[in-house]
Write a new protein. Structure first.
Lengths: 192, 192
DNA sequence: TCATCTAGACGCAACGTCTCGTATTGTAGA
DNA sequence: TCTACAATACGAGACGTTGCGTCTAGATGA
């Protein structure tokens, strides 16, 4: 069944070099300033080699992210038994990451790419949505009565992550108490 | 004090034509495909007239939005006395608007522009943030005890609007019950 | 008089396609 | 087994096109 292809196989070295160069240039200059010519030059690769495998800038940025060259792996929230504190700590970490000048350009580039490519949007949702550790953690808490029942982990996750994305867009500075406020806005205070 | 300027004043006709052409082209082709040359041609305007008043594509798209050529004015949530129902209805309207194929390109263009221009981000926050009717409505409800105290209108608004923005990015279809679920995720069920 | 207007020329950067010559693989014939 | 040859990928870069942002020209209007 598996018809053998002829000719030279795809060069893994070129693929890696292109994705790494893309990640580096996105971090340095951002999405709009990223050019295919720049990537080709930085990766010491012919332009055709890029266009052969990726159709557009957004696809390229997408794969660079999905393969972990751009974004670190999804951090899981800690688990100390106190869901509210855990979520607030997790959010605080994320806000620190988001507000770091080193990551600003990269994150906005990711959002830009998502506005252009349906695929990135889908992967974004996949990586953040149902099935993540965050979602399960909240569902468990609802089942054990730590938080009020009726709460869906997926919905709570969307609200929290949405707030983070909104901050990326508005560039409003976050105060140290924002994570706690947001978590309590949803889950309320712990039962005494 | 008011020094009289000499020479011809700025042409309001040209300004309107440019902003309208920008809005039309953004709706038709999206942010990335929008070109300054295209706007100049469509508005029957010299390129210099655009560059004289706007410094970049993102600024142009920003003003086109802020002046109402792109976005409809901020809709206020209805007020029937039942905050949960009002917010759900308001969210439902927004999701319908967001998911309309006519508005998809425009909204993603707005997000793109916000990733590029700090000003748009700030205006976005200004238009959606504290001081809006939504925020006041929630603060009032917290004061009268319709919802639990300790909730800040600004935080709740950020969570809800963030969820909308996230949907714009992930392009996940929304179910008819999502607005109600999101509102109840935050406010809980009405006290019986 | 002076700032604005439309129109378009200008040099430059990047686009996406195409063509080289070379390297690397599978297939087929000697 | 050894040797052509076909197929494909590669780096490099030429090519025409598009859009960039600046600049000049001549007309218009306060």
């Amino acid at each position: 069944m598996s018809e053998q292809r002829r000719g030279a196989p795809r060069s893994e070295a070129a693929r890696i070099a292109i994705l790494e160069a893309t990640a580096r240039l996105v971090r340095e200059r951002g999405y709009e300033q990223l050019s295919m010519e720049g990537v080709a030059a930085a990766a010491h690769v012919g332009k055709q080699t890029i266009y052969r495998w990726w159709g557009s800038k957004s696809e390229l940025v997408a794969e660079s992210m999905l393969d972990g060259f751009l974004m670190p792996g999804g951090e899981e929230p800690p688990n100390t038994g106190d869901l509210r504190a855990d979520l607030a700590a997790w959010l605080r970490e994320i806000f620190v990451f988001v507000e770091s000048p080193d990551n600003e350009l990269m994150l906005r580039s990711l959002v830009s790419a998502a506005t252009v490519s349906r695929e990135i949007g889908a992967r974004l949702h996949e990586q953040l949505g149902a099935g993540s550790a965050l979602t399960r953690r909240i569902d468990d808490a609802a089942a054990t009565g730590e938080i009020r029942s009726g709460l869906l982990g997926q919905d709570v996750g969307e609200l929290l992550i949405g707030a983070v994305v909104l901050r990326v867009l508005t560039r409003e500075p976050t105060g140290p108490d924002l994570p706690g406020r947001l978590v309590r806005s949803i889950l309320g205070d712990a039962p005494s």
